[in-house]
Design a protein around this ligand. Structure first.
Ligand code: ZN
Length: 193
C-alpha cells in the first residue's frame, strides 16, 4: 500500500472514525512555551477526526526555535513591565542559566530568582539591559520580527493592570517561495483576529 506524507491511517480515539486528517488550527492558544498570551493563527497542525471533529492533543508547531525567538523579540518590544514569568521565559529563550544571566546583568544570582518568582520587580536599568540582550541573542532567529535597539533605548515602560491580558498573535509564512516544509517557515507578528 502506498503511504502518503501528511495522511496517516490512525483512527479517532473518540469515535473510531477516520482515518484522521491533518488540519490547520485557525486559532491556537499556546500553553506550552511558558509565556502568556501567545496566539498562533492558521499555523499549527493537528490530526483531526473527519467524523466527529475530535482533535489530537499532539500538535505540530512549525519552526519552534524560530517561534520562541519571535515571541521573545515581540515581548521585549512591548513597553509593558516584565513580570517574573516573562523574565524566566526570556532567559530560557536565550538558553541562559540564572547564574549566567546574573553575570551578564551584573546582579546576584538570587536577584534573578527573586525577579522570576515575583518577589521583587526587576529594576528599570536591568530591565532595559535584559531587553537589549534578548535582541543580541535572538534577533537573527526571528528575521521577520525586527529588533531595533534604539526603540529599547527610548522606551517608556508602563505597568499593565492585572485585569488586562496581553495577547501576541503570530502567523508562520514560508521563508522562501520554494519552502513547503513546515520547518521552512518563519514567524511574523499578526493582528488579532
Ligand atoms: Zn471521531
Amino acid at each position: 500500500m502506498e503511504t502518503n506524507k501528511g495522511i496517516n491511517m490512525k483512527h479517532c480515539e473518540s469515535c473510531g472514525g477516520g482515518p484522521l486528517a491533518l488540519n490547520v488550527i485557525p486559532v491556537y492558544r499556546d500553553r506550552k512555551i511558558g509565556i502568556e498570551g501567545v496566539v498562533l493563527k492558521d499555523a499549527v497542525w493537528a490530526e483531526t477526526c473527519p467524523k466527529c471533529g475530535h482533535q489530537d492533543d499532539e500538535v505540530i508547531i512549525p519552526n519552534l526555535p524560530g517561534l520562541v525567538a519571535a515571541v521573545a523579540i515581540a515581548r521585549v518590544k512591548l513597553p509593558v513591565k516584565l513580570k517574573g514569568r516573562d523574565i524566566r521565559f526570556l532567559r530560557w529563550a536565550m538558553e541562559l542559566t540564572g547564574r549566567n544571566l546574573a553575570k551578564k546583568l551584573e546582579v546576584a544570582a538570587e536577584t534573578i530568582s527573586r525577579w522570576e518568582n515575583d518577589h521583587d520587580p526587576i529594576n528599570p536599568a536591568s530591565e532595559k539591559l535584559l531587553r537589549l540582550l534578548v535582541g543580541v541573542h535572538l534577533a537573527e532567529r526571528a528575521p521577520m520580527v525586527p529588533f531595533i535597539a534604539k526603540d529599547i533605548d527610548t522606551m517608556r515602560i508602563t505597568f499593565r493592570p492585572t485585569t488586562e491580558t496581553l495577547e501576541m498573535w503570530f502567523v508562520a509564512v514560508p521563508a522562501e517561495q520554494t519552502a513547503t516544509e513546515p520547518q521552512g517557515r518563519v514567524w511574523v507578528r499578526a493582528a488579532a483576529a
